[in-house]
Design a binder for this molecule. Structure first.
Ligand SMILES: Nc1ncnc2c1ncn2[C@@H]1O[C@H](COP(=O)(O)OP(=O)(O)OP(=O)(O)O)[C@@H](O)[C@H]1O
Ligand code: SF4
Ligand SMILES: [Mg+2]
Length: 343
């Protein structure tokens, strides 16, 4: 598709009606700063879909996830724009968060280091049962039975023994399975996983990814997975949101993003791994570094690092449709044409 045939996407993401989660035009600025850390992000996750969010450290992946969960510390930031729609109900994030009864219930989150989320003073069984009791009520014996079932579901052997153990007695991979069991306690519609396998060795990492993949197939749960690792993306993602400097610069089905990356930043990230059939490796290093938020350039935030930048790039590029479900925010995408015109 040539650049003059592309059409700007009006407002938010185009999403299927089956979307469980939809975030539209989300902008957040931390207090004391003049530049928004997250700037006009739109994304969506449908039933059974795994959306991977990738981008360099500091690009706003966790802040976005925590904002969806309503977990950012109160008073530290202001939401300047953003609608969150979950299971068909919309919330204006400038004024409200997702209702707290949905958190840990319909929508659950797991983190990179499970030890920080598990309470060292309580047994595994007590912690899973607590999550069940909190949202479903019932007796403690029923909750413990459910906890046992969940341990089996997440592939933990000797579940009766594990129920009685404390987090320090478990390996890192086992702790992450327990966290997933807690997340699944109330059959969530959406799982947000913030680098859930980064702290694990490669074999355990693969097992946890397989588990998440199986769960979405079995339960239809949607997943938003934050990762630095393109191997993870290639293995598990249905769609990808590439973030840079607090913005989604490219978004689309995983095959399309790997086969036909159009944003210079995505192309840079992919350069170490341009093909879906050659997975492996973390994000390639794009020359230069992300400016501090206060020094973020106006217009295209990538322009201080982009080999193709020119004066046009002082204007902010809007997300444009670049194919089916594929959108890209660069004045000159697809780049081949720009390079040919310049040559
Ligand atoms: N409470 C806060 N006050 C001010 N700035 C913050 C706060 N929390 C996060 N930030 C800033 O927001 C930016 C985005 O942080 P975030 O944690 O979302 O990055 P990330 O993409 O998850 O990075 P990583 O890959 O390292 O986890 C960073 O520059 C960070 O310093
Ligand atoms: S808009 Fe300009 S600076 Fe930004 S990615 Fe495209 S070519 Fe580079
Ligand atoms: Mg993070």
């Amino acid at each position: 598709m040539s650049s003059d045939q592309r059409v700007p996407i009006e407002g938010p993401t185009r999403v299927s009606p089956a979307a469980i989660l939809r975030l539209d035009d989300f902008t957040l600025r931390f207090r004391g700063q003049t530049v928004a850390t997250v700037n006009g992000i739109s994304l969506s996750v449908s039933a059974g879909e795994i959306l991977c969010v990738v981008g360099e450290s500091g690009c706003g992946k966790s802040v976005t996830a925590m904002s969806i969960m309503g977990l950012l510390p109160k008073g530290a930031s202001d939401v300047l724009s953003g609608d969150l729609s979950f299971m068909g109900k919309s919330y204006d994030l400038r004024r409200e968060n997702l209702p707290s009864h949905l958190r840990g219930n319909q929508i659950a989150m797991i983190f990179q280091e499970p030890m920080t989320s598990l309470n060292p003073a309580f047994s595994v069984g007590d912690q899973i049962a607590e999550s069940v009791l909190q949202h479903q009520g019932g007796t403690r014996a029923e909750a413990l039975r459910r906890a046992r079932d969940l341990l089996v579901k997440v592939g933990i052997s000797a579940p009766d023994q594990r129920l009685k153990e404390f987090p320090y007695q478990l390996s890192g991979g086992m702790r992450q399975r327990v966290m997933i069991a807690i997340a699944l306690a109330n059959d969530p519609k959406l799982l947000i996983a913030d680098e859930p396998t980064t702290a694990l060795d490669v074999t355990i990492q693969a097992q946890i990814l397989n588990l998440i993949d199986d769960l979405r197939r079995d339960t239809g749960m949607g997943t938003m997975m934050i990762t630095h690792d393109l191997g993870v993306v290639a293995e598990i993602a249905d769609s990808v949101a590439v973030m840079y400097g607090g913005e989604v610069v490219e978004y689309g089905p995983v095959r399309e993003i790997f086969a036909n990356p159009q944003h210079p930043y995505t192309i840079g990230l992919m350069s170490a791994m341009p093909r879906l059939d050659r997975p492996g490796g973390r994000l390639a290093i794009v020359p230069g570094s992300v400016p501090a938020i206060e020094n973020m350039p106006s217009g295209c935030r990538f322009r201080t690092r982009c080999a193709f930048a020119n004066e046009t790039c002082t204007e902010r590029p809007l997300p444009m449709a670049a194919g089916s479900g594929h959108r890209v925010a660069c004045h000159f995408a697809p780049l081949e044409e720009h390079v040919m015109v310049q040559a």
